[in-house]
Design a protein around this ligand. Sequence first.
Ligand code: GMT
Length: 382
Amino acid sequence: MRIGIVCYPTFGGSGIVATELGKALADKGHEVHIIAYRQPVRLNEQVNNVVFHEVRVADYPLFDYPPYELSLACKLLDVVKFEKLDLLHVHYAIPHAYVAYLAKQMLADEGIQIPVVTTLHGTDITLVGKNPSITPAVTFSINHSDVVTAVSESLKEETLSSFAIRKEIKVIPNFIDFSLHNFIFDKDLHAHFTSGKEKIIIHISNFRPVKRVSDVIRIFAKVRSKLPVKLLMVGDGPQREVAEYLCREMGYSDDVKFLGKIKDVSRLLAISDLFLLPSEKESFGLVALEAMAASIPVISTNIGGLARVNIDGKTGFTSAVGDLEKMANDAISLLSNDELYHSFSSNANQVAKEYDLPKVLPLYEEAYQEALGKLHKGRSNV
Ligand code: GMT
């Protein structure tokens, strides 16, 4: 199949899922074209059967807001036509599902039919999409996608309850491609962050308000008052400075390292002992899954799809949003009890294996077949 994948190229989970899906489809012999305004972070090496197409947004002094949607629609038109694509798969509804609809209409005008699969990831539904100024367009573009998928049951439910959706939504969970991760303990890297006495707690995110990075620092401070621990803060975003100031104010600058954006987090996960994810919203929590694949127990909130990934009392502990006391106490229990820690660590790895790529990839291929089937049915009805 010739598949066009549209995604955000940034450090967010939707771009990571889209890119790793593209690479996996290419490995299975499909021809994949990834379309984004920048090379996605995890598309960092040449992969056979994957071609990247950059969307260059037309600018002009008149535009306060350069029209990304228009440039993307024209890029889709071009790539579908000249690369003879069979299908478009867009990740994150806003504005990608809408743009795919526009491209589809433009192509239909030239006699080319292309089915569109839309994958809903999280804040496109739970936050941004709920803004009343864009809700009609989000609803419209979901209803006009040929096949719609959501990354968790919870996201599916929230989509159905928040928008007037007439479409069936298939749940296809996030996955982990174990072959892309090298969780090998690097002694020197470990020694770089600890004297050997301290355990390492890690947080990875794009530091947006929903991630509640200040909670990460406050939980760490509570744990630090009882145990020797260090904290690695990986990523960057609007709340980074707030978290840095908080650390300085609380006197933890020596114990907390802000490492910025790192493309391959596997080496850092491999030297860490505990993952913290106190998010306010998390439709799935891909990053928690990656930590679990590295056999790291997770302390997280119990919202959205996260509680299905990080299983309370098995792979880690979950709490209500903002319950910092409980999250800190749970972290202390785990880090101070070797037997408990090792059983959680092994459970985390076992549960992560349930999301192994070979189990999830066929679900996307089935979704593609369904979308293509609709197209052929539509044609035979003409
Ligand atoms: O930042 C992104 O690219 C998407 C981001 C979001 O905010 O929607 O992440 C979402 O998609 C991931 C991949 O499917 C999920 O694992 C994350 O849980 C989800 N984030 C939220 O729901 C906050």
